[in-house]
Design a protein around this ligand. Structure first.
Ligand SMILES: Cc1cc2nc3c(=O)[nH]c(=O)nc-3n(C[C@H](O)[C@H](O)[C@H](O)COP(=O)(O)OP(=O)(O)OC[C@H]3O[C@@H](n4cnc5c(N)ncnc54)[C@H](O)[C@@H]3O)c2cc1C
Length: 403
């Protein structure tokens, strides 16, 4: 039974009529096209083709791409709220959009004119899909420890190495790939380069690239995460993001997008929390124990209060970080705080929802078990929360140094 007053990422916030119009359209799409089918698709780990077509028609793949390249050119605040609303429906859906967003953001910020003209219009309309590949079997948080090498031979780079956990990697035909072009460089990051690598979508073996079958995952079903094995895979030197003079600048290019990436993950955490609260409020009024709805028991009320208060706090941390970033200022501490808080909150909300649902929360018949499986990834991805904790403290100590 629906709630009289809905739970949303944006109601009650000071947003413009244009922002509200976009968010209402996304909200309506999620309620109509995502929530009714997510459970079945997720259980089958099935790619949501129809949902993706709908998102494409709405221009969702080009949300952050400037209008001159065919995108919607949305500000980060609107984008974050859109991501929260999409995740409220199903985390896989925002994960599918996210690959596009990270790569188009990198091309927009660092690409040559030619790379922008070549890729952005096609990314904006979802004609091609993209993925972002940094992590390796032996290097995740310690990005500078990657071992995939691109060796220069004339006008080409020859790539050898293995990449792990590439989300959207099978369906993508463009990879933003971080490699070592000088493995002996000191400091290590000066030997790292970002390449725009073209591949065939949905082809497992091609010219020195093997794409694994989808990796088994606790949650985040519906969107594939794969391994890449490169063996003598050749790309032209023109594949260097930003052109030849950006060889050795890949680490900086990848990291420059990380603040927005963290706001994005924070927003996904918020989306999960919103859904957990929404379902909990419904259930607490429908389920009775000891002669009254469980929502009338004070310990259940405490859970609801805790969830709702943390959700409000998450929203405002996300908004503060997004507004600061939108204004052109550095927002590393704020984005880290938003990511840390909103994703720890989503884990907590998913668990509280499961407790409120009792045994049914553990049943695959109910949505909360999916939230419980999806939530932990938000604490790991885009810089684990342990890494956020170190970044926030280091940033504060630097920002507030003694005179
Ligand atoms: C489903 C899924 C999808 C993903 N999609 C992508 C993708 O599309 N592209 C991509 O490049 N990567 C992707 N990743 C990888 C993800 O970004 C990494 O898993 C993450 O960065 C953590 O790296 P790791 O797994 O190697 O853990 P490790 O770096 O080995 O960390 C292990 C543990 O040690 C902790 N730790 C590490 N260093 C420190 C430190 N200095 N201080 C305190 N604690 C520390 C970590 O917080 C963690 O708890 C994905 C991962 C998953 C699971």
């Amino acid at each position: 039974m629906p709630l009289k007053e809905r739970i949303s990422a944006f109601d009650g916030l000071d947003i413009t009529p244009e922002q509200r119009e976009i968010l209402e359209a996304i909200r309506e799409f999620v309620d109509r096209e995502v929530i009714p089918v997510a459970k079945e698709l997720e259980a089958r780990d099935e790619f949501p083709t129809k949902i993706v077509e709908g998102l494409r028609d709405m221009g969702a793949f080009g949300m952050r791409i400037p209008a001159e390249y065919g995108g919607l050119g949305l500000d980060l605040v609107t984008y974050a709220l859109v991501i929260a609303e999409l995740t409220r429906g199903w985390m896989a859906v925002s994960g599918i959009v996210n690959g596009q967003y990270i790569v188009s953001g990198m091309i927009g910020a660092h690409g040559t004119d030619g790379q922008k003209q070549n890729y952005l219009p096609r990314l904006a309309v979802g004609e091609i899909r993209s993925c972002f590949s940094m992590t390796e079997p032996d290097a995740g948080s310690d990005v500078q420890a990657i071992r995939t090498i691109a060796r220069r031979e004339g006008d080409e780079f020859v790539i050898d190495g293995n990449k792990m956990w590439v989300t959207n990697g099978d369906r993508a035909s463009l990879i933003a790939l971080l490699v070592k072009t000088d493995p002996d460089a000191d400091p290590r990051h000066t030997g790292m380069t970002a390449l725009l690598v073209e591949k065939e979508a949905l082809v497992a073996q091609q010219n020195g690239l093997t794409v694994s079958p989808p990796l088994g995952k606790l949650g985040y079903h519906g969107v594939e995460s794969v391994e890449f094995a490169f063996e003598e895979f050749r790309v032209p030197v023109s594949a260097v993001l930003g052109g030849e003079e950006m060889i050795g600048k890949g680490f900086y290019q990848m990291m420059s997008g990380i603040e927005t990436g963290r706001i994005n993950v924070a927003a996904r955490g918020l989306g999960i929390s919103l859904r957990a609260l929404e379902l909990s409020l419904e259930y607490a009024q429908q389920r009775s124990a000891f002669g009254k709805p469980i929502g009338h028991h004070q310990l259940i009320q405490k859970k609801i209060t805790d969830m709702a208060t943390r959700i409000e706090a998450s929203k405002h941390l996300i908004l503060a970080a997004a507004k600061k970033k939108d204004s052109g200022q550095r927002a590393d501490i704020e984005a880290g705080m938003a990511k840390l808080y909103a994703t720890e909150t989503c884990q907590r909300c998913a668990e509280e929802a499961m407790r409120i649902f009792g045994g049914y929360g553990y049943s695959t018949e109910y949505e909360v078990e999916r939230l419980y499986r999806d939530a932990p990834l938000m604490m790991i991805g885009e810089g684990s929360n342990e890494i956020q904790e170190t970044i926030i403290a280091k940033g504060l100590l630097k920002r507030h140094e003694l005179i």
